[in-house]
Structures are given as structure tokens and as C-alpha cells.
Design a protein around this ligand. Sequence first.
Ligand SMILES: Nc1nc2c(ncn2[C@@H]2O[C@H](COP(=O)(O)OP(=O)(O)OP(=O)(O)O)[C@@H](O)[C@H]2O)c(=O)[nH]1
Ligand SMILES: [Mg+2]
Length: 455
Amino acid sequence: MLEDTIVAISTPVGWGGLGVVRLSGKRSLPVAKKIFRPKKKGAKIPGRRPLLGNLFDFEQKEFFEEAFLTWHPQPHTYTREDMVEISCHGSPVILEQVVRLAIKAGARHAHPGEFTLRAYLNGRIDILQAEAVNDLIRAVSYKQAKISFHQLEGRLSGQISSLRDQVLHLLSQIEARIEFPEERLRTSTERTARTLENLIQSIIKLIDSYDLGKALTEGITLAITGLANVGKSTLFNSLLEKDRAIVTPHPGTTRDYLSEKMEFKDSVFTLIDMAGLGKPLHPVEKEGIKRGKRLASQADGILLLLDISRKESSEDFRLIDMFKDKKTILLFNKIDLPQKMNTEEVKNRAKSISTLEISALKGTNLGKLKATIHALFIPDLEKDQDIIFHMREKLILEEILAFLVEGQHLLEQGYSEEVYVEEFRKTIPLIGRLTGEIRSDDIINDIFNRFCVGK
Ligand SMILES: Nc1nc2c(ncn2[C@@H]2O[C@H](COP(=O)(O)OP(=O)(O)OP(=O)(O)O)[C@@H](O)[C@H]2O)c(=O)[nH]1
Ligand SMILES: [Mg+2]
């Protein structure tokens, strides 16, 4: 595969001022020379400097375009291979002709992301940096682009490699105790426990940063839920500051769900309004409730509304139970009305869930609600703490965390070094998978298929 010379149009599909065709591989320069003739007869092609010339159709024996050619000799290139860039007018007809001729001259059409894949396979970047390339190109905000740029420069890779160093340090402490049990200078179990605790905390911070990553990209989804008529649609509209959902005094107003983006302090939240989760009054509502339950279970968080102008009911408690394992904020709505609900009793039952009293109609405490949402979902990051944008990374970090926590458990329970050291050793290959040091075809396919052709 790496023996092939690949070619692709690297600029977007369509018409533009300029268009660029890129080649990478051993035969890049010979292939390009068949298509390109310098303006100055016999001029040598310099390294890393654009040379003006004409493009030549060696089949029809005719010139068809003016272009700059830049030769990037290996190894200091994007792919670490010989590369050539042909920059001409941004006409799809011309660009496709250049690619066609390059293929005739011995190149092969590149797959999506294949240039970056080569940079990875040739060891110039790791898989985290490769992901950052695509994140940078597809960034939806300047802030996200900047974070991706730093990751491309190796900031996240640096953090992961420091995690690996910490694990290795931990292992060496424990292994020294196993090998030289009599040694007076050996590290104490307490010290190992401290090293371990620090390591666990840094991994938790990284895992938590995924929420922020999501908030900066596709948005955190929040399902507004509760029984019928508690004020879900009113809250939805108030938070969005627009009259989006229909509000009526009749229970069962909302049947289909609605979703809209809300921005707050750099972050994006997707709010979902839906049918009330109580007993359906109408067959259409039944389907709405089914969908509502599914949406709520898939959401990142729940805003669970209760109507304090009514007495608490077993239905209310059932909902609190239903969402006790999710990130939930319990909202006592309609505080502008006379109170019938025993909120203290409800709070006792809700235990660790955070609560807030609001009036969706009058807008009371909505600023506080936004701040609470932000605090719950967007962790306060230290200045140099990196952010992860991908589920892949989060899942591997969670696996690593699980082994460390299991090891911590065994250590605390007084098991011997030989027993808990095994748990810590299991994290090493996982770190390798995280950075791509351990190659996996699945991961490679999954990541590079998301790229565009030509990158
Ligand atoms: N006084 C007062 N009334 C409210 C408040 N929030 C909502 N309401 C009223 O409660 C009724 C129901 O509000 P909706 O927002 O439609 O409630 P919902 O939960 O979306 O209802 P369904 O879609 O039927 O499940 C409307 O008459 C609202 O004006 C509030 O904070 N205070
Ligand atoms: Mg509604």
C-alpha cells in the first residue's frame, strides 16, 4: 500500500480561484514531470519552491493550463514521503484532468484521509493528532479550531504520554517492592496509593472534559421532562427566548418532540421539549410518551419539572426514581402560584439530585438555572487541561480508569503487590490503543473514513 504513489484534489469540490492537486509517494516527481513543463526551458525543479509552468496532456500532446508546481522532498513533508503540489485554476474540469493524467502516469487515486493516514503510518503523528487534523478542518467554532490546532501540535498526546509515564512509575514502585522486599529504601504502600490517586484524578478530569468537548461541537442534549401540564414547553420557550412550542392550559398539548439549540457561555446545549410522561389521555399521546422516554434515556442530562401548585404524587416520585442515575436537575416550577407541594418531602426523596425553584412563566431563577446547567455539564478546566472530542477516547479512558480503580480497591483491602499490579499492567496496552501506537484496522477505518479525500 505504502509503495503506491497517491493523487487527489485537495481543495473543495466546485469552482474557486485556485485548486490544488497533491501527490504523495516515491513516484510523485516522475509522475508530475510527465504532466508539467517549466516555462523556462530545461529549468530544474527546486525543492520547496513553487515553479511556474504549463500542464501538458501527454496523450493528446497538447498544453491545457498554466500552473505552479512545488516539490516537497521527503522526509520533512506532511506524509514523510516525497510530495508534489500542483496549484492551478480552481476548475473541476482542469483538476480532474490533472488527476486522470497522474493516474495514467502511474499514480493511484487516494482514499479519504490517506495522506494523513500515511503521516500516521510513517510515524510523523499519532492517532490523536490525526483525529485533530480532521477536527480542525471540520471545526464549528473558532474555539474548537484552536483546541484542535494545539492537539495537532501534540498537546493531548503529551498529556497521554505523561499518563503512561505515571503508570510506568507506579509499576516500577510496586515491582521494586516485589523484587526487593527487604530493601529499606523501597517506596511505601502509602506513597504508591498517593501516586495512584493522582493518576486516577487526572484521568477523571480528561474523561469529564468530553462534556465540554461535546458542548463545543454538537452540543449537550438536555431533555425537558415531567408530567403533563407542569410547564415544560413554557420553560423550553423561556430558555430559548422565543415562542417556539405551543403552550395551552390543557394537559397533553405537546405530543411530538421539538429540539432547539441554546447557546450559553461558549457552549451549545440542545434542548428537547416532549410529551408529558404521565398517563396518556389520548392514543397519540401514548406514542409521544414512548418517544419521550427514549429521548430522555439517550439525552446527556434531564431537566425534570414538578408543578408545586399541585400536591406531590406517586407519579412524581416514579419519575424521580426513573432518572436517578442520570445527570438531572429537579425543577420546582410555578413558584409564582400558591404552593401545595411539600417540596421538603420531595427533596428528601430526591437525595443527591440538585434542585431549583423557578417560574418558567415569569422567568424567575432562569439565569440561575442556566448557571446550574453549565456547572453540572461543563467542568471547570485547569488552564492547560486538554479536552477530548471523541467517544473513542472517552471509552478507552474509562476502561483504563476501571482497571486503576479495581487495583486501588485491592491495594486498600491489603492484597499483595502481585495481585494488584496485574490490574495496573492491563492499562499499558490501552494507552497504546489510545495513541494509536498499537495499530488496529477497525480504529484506522473508523477514523480515516471520516476524512475528506485529499487530506
Ligand atoms: N403560573 C404559572 N403558570 C405556568 C408556569 N409554567 C407554565 N405555566 C402554565 O401551565 C400551563 C401548561 O404549560 P405548558 O408549558 O404547556 O406545560 P407542558 O408541560 O408543556 O404541558 P404538556 O405539553 O401538555 O405536557 C400553561 O397554562 C402555562 O401558562 C409558571 O411558572 N407559572
Ligand atoms: Mg408541552
